[in-house]
Design a protein. Structure first.
Length: 216
């Protein structure tokens, strides 16, 4: 595996330079994390040769691992710090969780599809991320047992921001979430909670995420 990883290291350096720095991501901690996380370990075997391409990829169960740039952008927007505790809704492959785990103290991540949750957990463990806790379930209501969070990253699109997630954000914390109808006209929103608890929303770029579904 170590040798395999070497063959991908060059592709990863180029991915960061051409797809991510080139588009304006500047946070050194985010760029370092994107250079370190072995993205190829989070894609299915059949997609291995595309692991570092500038595109989302299928991961099974009709879901996708996001385009590398979007992962970097969302991570930069929430301004992660070493002491932070983060919540991710929509574990998918586990890749975004790994990127966060490179920077913050602990990542709690929830995935609705049990098969994906299991696979992500295995990939995270094999890659050595012991500061990530994966749960299989509906993340619409967040993870109250571990709240509040400094950071919340939602990687599936709801048609409105779930109030439970806003409630589980710490004062001073930030959430990034794609909001809008399925596959059409979603906008990436950055939601910041001030020290006094007031909430501010900034709209960033338009994006296309799979829908945030409700648990069965
Ligand atoms: N962050 C992922 C990409 C996620 S794709 C990565 O880095 O690979 C979005 C994921 O959200 C899908 O796997 C989908 O199954 C999951 N999802 C959809 N609705 C959900 C919900 N209510 N709770 C938790 N996960 C959900």
């Amino acid at each position: 595996m170590a040798q395999d990883d070497d063959t991908y290291a060059q592709a990863r350096i180029e991915m960061v330079r051409e797809q991510i720095e080139h588009r304006g991501v500047r946070d050194p901690a985010v760029l370092d994390a994107m250079r370190r996380v072995p993205r190829h370990r989070f894609v299915p075997e059949a997609e291995l040769r595309h692991a570092y391409r500038d595109t989302p990829l299928p991961i099974g169960a009709g879901q996708t691992i996001s385009q590398p740039y979007i992962v970097a952008l969302m991570t930069e927007l929430v301004r992660p710090k070493a002491s932070d505790r983060a919540l991710e809704v929509g574990t998918g492959s586990g890749y975004q969780a790994a990127v966060l785990a490179e920077i913050v103290a602990h990542v709690y991540t929830i995935e609705l599809e049990p098969t994906l949750a299991q696979r992500a957990q295995a990939a995270l463990q094999e890659a050595g991320y012991d500061n990530v806790t994966v749960r299989s379930g509906d993340g619409y209501a967040g993870w109250p047992e571990h709240a509040p969070f400094d950071i919340i990253v939602v990687t599936a699109a709801p048609d409105h921001v779930p109030q439970a997630l806003i409630d589980q954000l710490k004062p001073g914390g930030s959430m990034v979430v794609p909001v809008g109808p399925t596959y059409a006209g979603q906008e990436l929103q950055l939601i910041e909670k001030d020290a006094d608890g007031s909430v501010h929303t900034h709209v960033h770029t338009s994006v296309r995420f799979v829908p945030l579904r409700r648990g069965r």
